[in-house]
Ligand binder design. Structure first.
Ligand SMILES: NC(=O)c1ccc[n+]([C@@H]2O[C@H](COP(=O)([O-])OP(=O)(O)OC[C@H]3O[C@@H](n4cnc5c(N)ncnc54)[C@H](OP(=O)(O)O)[C@@H]3O)[C@@H](O)[C@H]2O)c1
Length: 228
């Protein structure tokens, strides 16, 4: 069980739709300090927020952030890029590499760099994955495979850090943020997703399935995926 009260929280991609909600709700729950990290940090109207530059694809940027935020006790791996392609095979290798660099390798590199601090504080990690971790839709396949890797990394990290750092995977369907601005589909509220994630930390959950669609997909994961 990880409470946000008096925690030192670091959010990657803090300027985004879910990221800014992770910052706001951490403050609401009594965090002592929130590192709101972004490629281009912005100002915040709460003195507990420390804006910090962090590009998750840049090793020097990660090293500098670890030095400045060595007291981090809760890491929110939220930064990510989306891609809605016409199909998997129509996706360029360059676009696929960009997805992997940010969503998967970036998350791994940030986690590895902050692991000593998180171990010291006996803290927690929230990895923002996706219902697309478990889907094979052509439009989401490239993106989804990077989130499938996040699912796997999250489960392996949980095992490796057992007894030291709590590791929670967050899974969600379409949510109303800049990432989905061009998509005409029902979308969840970022505030509800973040509330579910922080409630999950409070209760010691390993996985948070933020909406009904995600819960349905998760419950059918053992089915063999025949083409249709
Ligand atoms: N919205 C959805 O429907 C949905 C569903 C499932 C999962 N997710 C996941 O939720 C997370 C948050 O996404 P969102 O929906 O809130 O989208 P968003 O509003 O586009 O936010 C994504 C944030 O990630 C940041 N980012 C991108 N590349 C980065 C890099 N190299 N280093 C640091 N930050 C970087 C962006 O920063 P800049 O401002 O600098 O571009 C942006 O602020 C992502 O991991 C996404 O994959 C979203």
């Amino acid at each position: 069980m990880t409470t946000l009260t008096d925690a030192v929280v670091l959010v990657t991609g803090a300027n985004g739709g879910l990221g800014s909600e992770f910052v706001r709700q951490a403050l609401d729950r009594g965090a002592a300090k929130v590192y709101a990290t972004a490629r281009t940090p912005r100002t915040w109207d709460d003195r507990r927020v420390v804006p910090l530059a962090l590009d998750v694809t840049d090793a020097a940027s990660i090293a500098a952030a670890v030095e400045q935020a060595a007291d981090t006790s809760v890491l929110i791996n939220n930064a990510g890029v989306g891609l809605f392609a016409s199909s998997l095979l129509e996706t360029s290798v360059e676009d696929y590499r960009r997805l992997l660099e940010t969503n998967t390798i970036g998350l791994f590199a940030v986690t590895k760099a902050f692991a000593p601090a998180l171990r010291r504080s006996r803290g927690a990690i929230v990895d923002v994955a996706s219902v697309a971790s478990w889907l094979t839709r052509p439009t989401l396949a490239a993106y989804g495979s990077t989130k499938a890797a996040v699912w796997s990394l999250t489960d392996s990290l949980r095992r490796e850090l057992r007894g030291e750092v709590h590791v929670l995977g967050l899974y969600l369907a379409f949510t109303d943020t800049p990432m989905t601005a061009g998509i005409d589909a029902p979308k969840g509220d970022p505030a509800d997703v973040v509330r579910a994630a922080y409630d999950g930390l409070d209760s010691g959950a390993y996985e948070v399935l933020a909406d009904e669609y995600t819960r349905t997909v998760r419950s059918r994961i053992s089915e063999v995926l025949a083409p249709h």
